[in-house]
Design a protein around this ligand. Structure first.
Ligand code: CP
Length: 307
């Protein structure tokens, strides 16, 4: 096996040696695409793409990754267009899709749905986001971007905001970075959206220094600022979303002249002013471009195929 697991559910699985292997495979995929565009590596495979929550980047980059490797794809988009609408369970659906494909990629609104789905099939499974829980493939893209720009994944001070309670991208990236030594994580945003005590205890138990700040900006001794929108669809109290959405926003004047790396898994809503985009250290569109080679590496590694 190329990776020591059949399915990717959580960034907890992404130990430093696994990340190094995925980065090596990602570089090979990027090189292959630059040279010849496509490869026959997965031409005998079918990838199932099940997206029961909206997605632009994750869905399209998995589709592009599959097509770059000449895999076939089968799709389901939105729960209402499938037999979920009739009350079918995740377990039953996954058992059925296992018969139609060689690997399943799923995004679903229910936290924990990825673990349920992975345990319902024998073929490889990839979590493309399970509600407000985890988004492990996004964390690999984030880590790859940090590594490309900073040359390391340890000894970093990373600021994360503004919805650390509900952002699965923040959860997974924090999880991944906590597996490297001497990282410091500062969570910024409204106190109601600070990380849960459970998340903070877990990060601290791994030796990662964590702090929380009710601020929109923090730049002193910071290597990376990682911002994600307030997760509008996950608020039980809409007033909290409306009160905070414009209070927490990174402005160009906050970081002009600084070398801090600015990342955002996107979509961007209010969290970064558009005039930040032209700064040389605003890397969020570069970050999204890494989605294809990273996901090519993951699909092929979990299918035990290498270029
Ligand atoms: N970053 C990310 O998951 O974007 P999408 O929701 O558009 O897939």
């Amino acid at each position: 096996m190329i990776l020591p697991f059949n399915s990717l559910i959580s960034a907890e699985q992404l130990k430093p040696e696994i990340i190094s292997k995925i980065f090596e495979l990602t570089d090979q995929m990027a090189e292959m695409v630059a040279k010849q565009g496509r490869s026959n590596l997965l031409d005998d495979k079918i990838v199932a793409l099940l997206f029961f929550e909206p997605s632009s980047r994750t869905m399209l980059s998995f589709q592009s990754a599959a097509q770059r490797l000449k895999a076939g794809t089968v799709f389901a988009q939105s729960a209402s267009a499938t037999s979920f609408e009739k009350g079918e369970s995740i377990e039953d659906l996954i058992r059925v899709v296992e018969g139609y494909s060689d690997i399943i990629v799923m995004r679903h609104a229910q936290p924990g749905s990825a673990a349920i789905a992975a345990s319902s099939c024998d073929i490889p499974f990839i979590n493309a986001g399970d509600g407000g829980n985890e988004h492990p493939t996004q964390s690999i893209i984030d880590a790859y971007t940090i590594y490309k720009h900073k040359g390391r994944l340890d000894n970093l001070h990373v600021v994360l905001g503004y919805d650390s309670l509900q952002s699965r991208s923040i959860h997974s990236l924090s999880n991944l970075l906590s597996q490297y030594p001497n990282n410091r994580l500062s969570f910024i945003g409204p106190p109601k959206l600070f990380p849960s005590d459970e998340m903070l205890h877990k990060l601290e138990a791994s030796g990662t220094a964590c702090e929380v700040f009710d601020q929109a900006v923090l730049t002193k001794d910071v290597d990376v600022i990682y911002l994600n929108r307030l997760q509008e669809e996950r608020f039980s109290d809409r007033q909290i979303f409306e009160e905070n959405r414009l209070k927490y926003r990174l402005q160009r004047s906050d970081i002009e002249g600084s070398e801090v790396l600015i990342l955002d898994p996107l979509p961007r809503i209010d969290e970064i002013s558009t005039d930040v985009d032209s700064l040389p250290n605003a890397a969020y569109f570069k970050q999204t471009s890494y989605g294809v080679p990273v996901r090519m590496a993951l699909l092929s590694a979990l299918l035990n195929k290498q270029l």
